[in-house]
Design a protein around this ligand. Structure first.
Ligand SMILES: Nc1ncnc2c1ncn2[C@@H]1O[C@H](COP(=O)(O)OP(=O)(O)OP(=O)(O)O)[C@@H](O)[C@H]1O
Length: 226
């Protein structure tokens, strides 16, 4: 993933905000990057842009060697579905579906996906995340931390190459948070999954291979080892 002179201005009428300003960034395949920075520094905006969800940017974003600006909406949607997993700050679970149905939703949009295989992978992910016994509950019956883990399982269903997470351990108690961090470390080490995670949490940042700091939409040029 590479950005060149990436700028994102949110036009709020009189109140125009520059959420990202001239960001030049390279994330190599297999990296585990944590993005830190104060509230409003542009972290969520950065994830949305590099994940192809927000196309209102200036500059260039390259993902898996392709220039996002040159892709059609359909091609970008396909790329997102096949290669990117998102864990959103507010989970975005579907409340009328069960946990296992939520986890398998990404496969619904792929006509080639095998329903049995998706369900079996979803079950394994839920086991790995300590939620096997909640598969048939609805999100409303879960705690915030459990919903968070459902969102993580869903993001991993399609075996993405890039995992983008906004505060993935934000709502979790220490033990569950540690379990998620271990899972990220495993995925990074064993499957060479590229992870970019926005966080305020020291524990998660320590697990990363690189720390990136944002300040008022700019990347702090002194990059830090964790
Ligand atoms: N849809 C939007 N419309 C207008 N302004 C926006 C929008 N989204 C973000 N912004 C503004 O862009 C700036 C960066 O927001 P962003 O959500 O990326 O920050 P953040 O670092 O993720 O913050 P937090 O840690 O509080 O989640 C802020 O000033 C915010 O008010």
């Amino acid at each position: 993933m590479r950005t060149r002179a990436l700028t994102r201005v949110h036009d709020g009428g009189r109140d125009t905000r520059r959420a990202l300003a001239d960001v030049d960034l390279v994330v190599e395949e297999g990296e585990f990057v944590c993005v830190l920075g104060p509230s409003g520094s542009g972290k969520s905006t950065l994830l949305a842009v590099i994940g192809g969800l927000d196309r209102g940017y200036e500059g260039q974003v390259e993902l898996f060697g392709e220039d996002l600006g040159r892709m059609s909406d359909a091609a970008l949607a396909r790329l997102r579905g096949e290669r990117i997993g998102f864990v959103f700050q507010h989970f975005h679970l579907l409340h009328h579906l069960t946990v296992i149905e939520n986890v398998t939703t990404p496969a619904l949009f792929d006509p080639r996906a095998d329903e049995e295989a998706s369900r079996s992978r979803a079950t394994k992910l839920l086991e790995r995340l300590g939620l096997a016994d909640r598969a048939f509950d609805t999100p409303a019956e879960l705690s915030g931390g459990q919903r968070q883990r459902v969102a993580i399982a869903r993001a991993l269903l399609r075996e993405p190459r890039l995992l983008l997470c906004d505060e993935p351990t934000g709502n979790l108690d220490a033990e569950t948070g540690a379990r998620i961090i271990e899972l990220f470390e495993e995925l990074h080490r064993e499957e060479r999954l590229t992870i970019v995670a926005v966080t305020h949490e020291e524990r998660l940042a320590r697990a990363a291979t690189r720390i990136l700091r944002l300040h008022e939409g700019r990347v702090d040029t002194k990059e830090h080892a964790p």
